[in-house]
Design a protein around this ligand. Structure first.
Ligand code: HEC
Length: 230
């Protein structure tokens, strides 16, 4: 009963808890219709993540969806392929990944679907220094994670003392700016998880509109048929 009340309260507050740790998830403020944000997220991904993580379902030329031209993609984003038709693969093999981190870094094509945007938004903002871990990093949402903090030069170094956060060193981005960087990155990961979502929503509106017209026609027809039956 108490658990139920807890769940109801957390639903009512619009918050969620990560099942494994009980760490409270922050709501991801990403906006899938914001193209500059998606472009910024793609840039952060190829600069900071693709060295370890690939996206086997995402082709570089698909990034035209984000309002980029093929030459912009080629010049600014394509570090791991020769042709724009190739997928966004990582140069790291699964074997190397296992050797270096103990776990190969997973493909991130559909991570936004398996983990959810709120989880990703929280995860990428809750790395902290931990001298006891192999990489020197740990994560509040994913305890003993094998991934080092890839964005630490931007966020700076944090430390956790009795559940409270402390700053060890400042990064290149003040907190609101870092949060925006992560928002854009999560926006991109969510887009990659379902690249057709934008298109699908646009079609949904067209379909509703057509159904609306059909409804009016059907109603007029019904009135016509039944007008003499009383
Ligand atoms: C130096 C290599 C490395 C880099 C760079 C890196 N990661 Fe990771 N990442 C890993 C490893 C290794 C794991 C597996 C962690 C584990 O299972 O303990 C991981 C796990 C993850 C997970 C959890 C996946 C899951 O569902 O369990 C996410 C999300 C993730 N990384 C996102 C990112 C993003 C976004 C970036 C770029 C900002 C990034 N990573 C950069 C190595 C890396």
């Amino acid at each position: 009963m108490r658990a139920l009340i807890g769940i109801l309260i957390s639903l009512a507050c619009g918050t969620a808890l990560a099942a494994e740790t009980g760490y409270r998830l922050d709501r991801s403020p990403h906006d899938p219709t914001d193209l500059p944000s998606l472009q910024a997220g793609a840039r952060t991904f190829v600069n900071y993540c693709i060295g370890c993580h690939g996206m086997q379902y995402m082709r570089y030329n698909r990034l035209r969806d984000l309002g980029l031209t093929e030459s912009q993609i080629r010049d600014n984003l394509m570090f791991t392929a020769e042709k724009v038709g190739e997928t966004m693969k990582t140069p790291m093999s699964a074997k190397e990944g296992k050797l270096w981190f103990g776990v190969p870094p997973p493909d991130l094509s559909v991570v936004a679907r398996s983990r959810g945007a709120d989880w990703l938004y929280t995860y990428l903002r809750t790395f902290y220094r931990d001298p006891k871990s192999a990489t020197g990093w740990n994560n509040a949402l994913f305890p003993n994670v094998a991934m080092p903090h890839a964005l630490w030069t931007l966020q700076g170094e944090l430390r956790r003392v009795d559940g409270r956060w402390e700053t060890l060193s400042e990064g290149a981005q003040p907190r609101p700016q870092y949060d925006a960087t992560v928002r854009d990155l999560v926006n991109f990961l969510a887009y990659v998880g379902e690249p057709a979502a934008l298109e699908r929503k646009a079609w949904g509106i067209v379909v509703l509109f057509v159904l609306g017209i059909l409804f009016v026609l059907a109603w007029l027809l019904k009135k016509e048929f039944w007008k003499d039956v009383k």
